[in-house]
Design a protein around this ligand. Structure first.
Ligand SMILES: [Zn+2]
Length: 91
């Protein structure tokens, strides 16, 4: 599962979301903003956030939740079908 970290870009003084797995000289944010690794700082408080990055994070979280819901529904269906196969039920 990909995790994200919020970092301040010295280019536009905004906080962007970066894939925490990136180990390149240039990092690319979810919004496609790229920053040399040494032009980023830890995320300080009270800095403006990049709206496209926030929207993308929201979409990713929603997609993950949908995927998890689908997994749970498939598990329940599987368990129910195994249960239906048990002819002792209701007899
Ligand atoms: Zn961004």
């Amino acid at each position: 599962m990909t995790e994200w970290q919020l970092r301040l870009s010295a280019y536009d003084r905004q906080v962007h979301a970066f894939d925490s797995g990136q180990r390149e000289d240039f990092w690319e944010a979810l919004c496609s903003h790229t920053v040399p690794a040494n032009f980023m700082a830890e995320c300080p408080e009270k800095q403006p956030s990049c709206l496209p990055c926030l929207i993308k994070i929201g979409e990713l979280v929603a997609t993950r939740q949908e995927g998890r819901r689908a997994e749970i529904a498939a598990d329940v269906r599987e368990q129910l079908s195994a249960f239906d196969g048990d002819k002792t039920f209701g007899q």
